[in-house]
Design a protein around this ligand. Structure first.
Ligand SMILES: Nc1ncnc2c1ncn2[C@@H]1O[C@H](COP(=O)(O)OP(=O)(O)OP(=O)(O)O)[C@@H](O)[C@H]1O
Length: 265
């Protein structure tokens, strides 16, 4: 299950209960003067409960891909299916609901509310979940403790360091226990110890069944995943299967370091 063995069959499996995210021949073109083909025919299946890293040079389309999977944007062509839903077929309201309940998004810019404390920021997404105030605060404080901020719960964002803000954003992304966590450069601002704590936390969520998709420039961060999708010029260059922990790919040398034919035109 660590990788799609069938390449271009993403669409066929799009509503498969075992698939968290399916992209089929996805294109995203920005029209700013000269058209920019940020994604140029990407097909990818992300199995439920898997841990995927996305790597690639600056401008290769990583953030564009994450925005599509996070239901923040729609493709120019092709289909994006998240948790069984074709994102393009949803109304704005349905897309917002899917984003709020199924996906936890850790942005490169943290988007914290400046006038809310760390606890209030983390508790915010639960407002849409019918959780009462005390429970919201308790859950938020618990997560802040898990990201190492037990002593900063009442601080405002501008009273926190960049790395601490990053951890508040992470706690907020996890607060609704989303089925899919998307993280764009999650450890960019963190010192080595904090980074290790965050990556351990990702590992815990993955062990508990959460689907993890992490964009990173750092090889050691990517190596926490089961596979690395390498993007180049808006296309999947290759998919590298790591999968040390599961052992299920160990007998299948053909699945290592291979090119996913479904990703190519
Ligand atoms: N809103 C936009 N309007 C126009 N062009 C855009 C827009 N967003 C991204 N692009 C262009 O699309 C391409 C892919 O950008 P994207 O942000 O997805 O790359 P990336 O791999 O995430 O890069 P980085 O590692 O630098 O964050 C780039 O050439 C970028 O300039």
């Amino acid at each position: 299950m660590a990788t799609s063995g069938t390449g271009g069959a993403a669409g066929a499996d799009a509503t498969d209960a075992g698939t968290a995210v399916a992209l089929e021949d996805v294109r995203k073109t920005y029209q700013l003067g000269e058209p920019v083909h940020a994604l140029d025919g990407v097909s990818l299946e992300v199995p439920r409960g898997s841990y995927t890293a996305i790597m690639g040079p600056s401008g290769s389309g990583k953030s564009t891909l994450m925005n599509l999977v996070g239901c923040l944007d729609t493709p120019t062509a092709g289909t994006v299916v998240v948790d069984g839903e074709d994102v393009a077929a949803l109304t704005d309201r349905e897309r917002t609901t899917l984003r709020g309940t199924t996906v936890g998004f850790v942005f490169q810019t943290f988007n914290l509310m400046p006038r809310l404390t760390a606890t209030e920021n983390v508790a915010l997404p639960q407002l849409f979940q019918n959780v009462d105030r005390d429970q919201r605060r308790e859950r938020a404080r618990d997560l802040l403790e898990r990201v190492g901020l037990a002593d900063r719960t009442d601080h405002l964002p501008n009273e926190l360091s960049g790395g601490q803000r990053q951890r508040v954003a992470l706690a907020r992304a996890l607060v609704n226990d989303p089925a899919i966590v998307l993280a764009d450069e999650p450890s960019g601002n963190l010192d080595t110890d904090t980074e290790a704590d965050i990556l351990d936390l990702f590992g815990e969520f993955h062990d508990a069944g959460t689907t993890m998709v992490v964009v990173t420039h750092e090889r050691h961060v990517a190596e926490r995943a089961e596979r690395i999708v390498h993007l180049l010029d808006g296309k999947i260059e290759r998919i590298e299967v790591l999968d040390e922990s599961e052992g299920q790919q160990a007998d299948d040398p053909s699945s290592r370091d291979r090119t996913d034919s479904g990703a190519d035109d």
